[in-house]
Design a protein around this ligand. Structure first.
Ligand SMILES: Cc1ncc(COP(=O)(O)O)c(C=O)c1O
Length: 454
């Protein structure tokens, strides 16, 4: 048995019980793992549906160009479908999005224009405005417009909702979904509510977005809008695809809680999911006190963790934002444990032999080279040996003639993990400037000592 093309593999994603992160909640908590779609996100479903509906209505013609403002996942679905169906794609996105997501779109041959995040949606530089302009200017173009295109929610009415109903044998009591365009929650909830009007639908929002306040007061409060880190959910306007009538409530989750829960899903459940899955589970934990043992909760996991390698799955990124305050070793703690130690350096003009003798006396195998006190390069024992074996006369030449690229510099807060990745066969140490402005060298030996003392 085979599929005729990759698009036919979209859907029928698994429902997986969460066992650890939600252990303090009553009821059965199930994650709908949308990462098994071929574009690794739930957005494959609506991307294909939008294209097929546009083909049927004649808006998208053979050989046409698909234009969209997308944070990545919708673009991935559109780009994949465009390859199979023979369309060109131009996407606009914001500078907040992971580089991985943008590169993935380019991998499918799509053109991507990156626009500034911190401008109003009606600003001509915004990714919404740029995509609308392109849709007018590019010949034979069709703008998918996932925010207002009803095919988006319809895809989830036709696919996601029925799958959840069947997979839970109609036992679902709660649907928990991060809300961006609103397509997933509105379409799936509409279907499920038709089957059982008592199902509770909880939308997950983020601080900096307008949904929660609008649901509670009917006011689109511009003061609620500010930049946030969480990806995929929350908006600064009201997309037509958010059907507030099928959503019981919105819960806001902080960037920090969303990021940390995203990591916990991998660490505790073995599920490598994206940022909005972490946000949805964190939101469920905030709301979950009202659950009872017979409840069956379905949480949507929209996309895959690989798109967040430089973010939620990067400890330095988490630490820089104050999201992670663990006792992990940093350059500072390595220096503290080692105690004071003068860093020996050689001046560029010093001869190779002089430098070698100095290294021998001090029993060191590598040395930073300075010019007017500034570190500019390095020399290792093997650099000297190789040079002298080739040409013994070099021994009186200045050491700069054989010096190689400097050891990398890190700062005092750099984690031991990061330092370890910087140390390799070409760089057997890193340099760090301490608070008094002195340069210190950290070698593999220092790292091993620091670790063995924990
Ligand atoms: C990672 C991620 N999570 C959640 C969402 C929100 O889904 P929807 O747009 O269907 O509301 C999106 C949408 O872009 C997304 O990319």
């Amino acid at each position: 048995m085979w599929y005729n093309n990759i698009l036919e593999t979209i859907g029928d994603t698994p429902l997986v019980k969460l066992n650890k992160v939600t252990r303090h909640l009553q009821g059965t908590i199930l994650a709908k793992i949308e990462t098994t779609n071929p574009g690794n996100s739930i957005k494959d479903r609506m991307a294909v549906k939008m294209i097929e509906d546009a083909e049927k209505s004649g808006l998208l013609k053979p050989g046409g160009t698909i234009i969209e403002g997308t944070s990545g996942n919708t673009g991935m679905g559109l780009a994949m479908a465009a390859v199979v169906k023979g369309y060109r794609c131009i996407f606009t996105t914001t500078d907040k999005q992971s580089k991985e997501k943008i590169d993935a779109l380019r991998a499918f041959g799509a053109e991507v224009i990156v626009c500034p995040t911190n401008v109003a949606p009606d600003d001509p530089r915004s990714y919404y405005a740029v995509s609308s302009r392109l849709a007018e200017e590019v010949p034979n173009a069709w703008k998918a417009n996932q925010y207002d295109n009803p095919s988006n929610a319809q895809a989830h009415y036709e696919q996601t909702g029925p799958e959840i109903w069947e997979q839970t044998a109609g036992k679902i009591t709660h649907l928990v979904v991060g809300v961006g365009t609103g397509g997933t929650i509105s379409g799936a909830a509409r279907y499920l509510r038709e089957k059982n009007p008592h199902i509770k639908v909880w939308g997950i929002d983020t601080y900096g977005s307008v949904f929660k306040k609008y649901k509670e007061t009917g006011i689109l409060d511009k003061d609620e809008i500010y930049p946030y880190i969480t990806e995929g959910i929350g908006e600064d306007f009201l997309p037509a695809n958010v059907d507030f009538s099928v959503i019981d409530l919105f819960e806001k989750v902080t960037d920090k809680d969303a990021a940390l829960m995203t990591r916990e899903l991998a660490r505790q459940e073995g599920i490598f999911a994206g940022n909005s899955a972490g946000s949805a589970v964190a939101g469920l934990l905030q709301l979950g006190h009202s659950l009872t043992k017979d409840d069956v909760v379905v949480v949507i996991f929209h996309d895959h963790g690989s798109r967040y390698m430089g973010k939620m799955y990067n400890e330095d990124w988490l630490r820089e934002r104050g999201f992670l305050q663990d006792k992990k070793l940093t350059a500072q703690t390595i220096l503290n444990k080692r105690g004071k130690q003068e860093t020996v350096t050689a001046d560029v003009q010093q001869s190779i032999m002089e430098t070698f003798n100095m290294m021998k006396t001090l029993n060191i195998s590598q040395i930073p080279i300075t010019q007017q006190g500034m570190v500019i390069s390095k020399v290792t024992e093997s650099d000297i040996l190789n040079a002298l074996l080739e040409n013994a006369a070099l021994k009186s030449a200045p050491v700069e003639t054989i010096a190689s690229k400097s050891f990398p510099f890190v700062d005092l807060k750099t984690s031991i993990d990061k330092i370890s990745t910087l140390i390799d066969k070409d760089n057997q140490a890193v340099l760090v400037e301490d608070t008094s402005g002195k340069i210190n060298i950290i070698t593999q030996y220092d790292i091993i000592n620091a670790i063995s003392e924990i």
